[in-house]
Design a protein around this ligand. Structure first.
Ligand code: PRP
Ligand code: MN
Ligand code: MG
Length: 181
């Protein structure tokens, strides 16, 4: 397999920039949830690296749980279909939930997950996403913690995939045209 760096057209955020942003968000989250227990809920699979670095940037112990839903196929466009593939292990009734995501694109995935979790009577539900594409929004999402707003182009790396590839790229960037063909 070729070196992944050759497949990037443009680096949007380096690993160092991503880590610095997550440190900022973690500090803000830690202040906001002072005196409260918060459960981090990651959305598989894209959020794994955001979760790993965000939770380690928090100064105290915080539990995590995971959901897996299907929304995209193998291509670059959303089908808009959401289905639970793996539900939470935890009962979130009465608990403060912070959903951790890598990206809000159309917003369809998170919109569905948020209302699904809200129906389970949690004390609160907030969202933390590393990336957001304002121009791609199909539904309005109230997201309390946003790392970076980005243009409407397809990005990979740091958990974000193209056809399950490039999740392990350390930086985030756009793909060179030869990768698609
Ligand atoms: C991607 C991304 C978000 C979602 C955002 O996940 O990780 O979860 O799409 O898109 P939306 O705002 O248009 O709904 P994907 O479905 O590709 O699964 P993955 O996390 O396993 O890559
Ligand atoms: Mn995802
Ligand atoms: Mg994906």
């Amino acid at each position: 397999s070729s070196q992944m760096g050759n497949d990037l057209e443009n680096v949007l955020f380096t690993e160092a920039q991503i880590h610095a942003k997550l440190e900022e968000l973690a500090a803000q989250i830690w202040r906001d949830y002072e005196g409260k227990d918060v459960l981090l809920v990651g959305v598989l699979k894209g959020a794994i690296l955001v979760m790993a670095d965000l939770m380690r940037a928090l100064p105290g112990s915080v539990p995590m749980d995971w959901m897996a839903v299907s929304s995209y196929g193998s291509g670059t466009k959303s089908s808009g279909v959401v289905r639970i593939l793996k539900d939470l292990d935890a009962d979130i009734s009465g608990r403060h939930v912070l959903i951790v995501e890598d990206i809000i694109d159309s917003g369809l995935t998170l919109s569905w997950i948020r209302s699904n979790l809200e129906s389970r009577n949690p004390a609160s539900v907030e969202i933390c996403t590393l990336l957001r594409k304002p121009e791609a929004a199909k539904v309005e999402i109230d997201c309390k913690y946003v790392g970076f707003d980005i243009p409407n182009s397809f990005v990979v790396g740091y958990g974000l995939d193209f056809d399950e590839k490039f999740r392990n790229l350390r930086d985030i960037g756009t793909l060179a045209p030869h990768v698609y063909s």
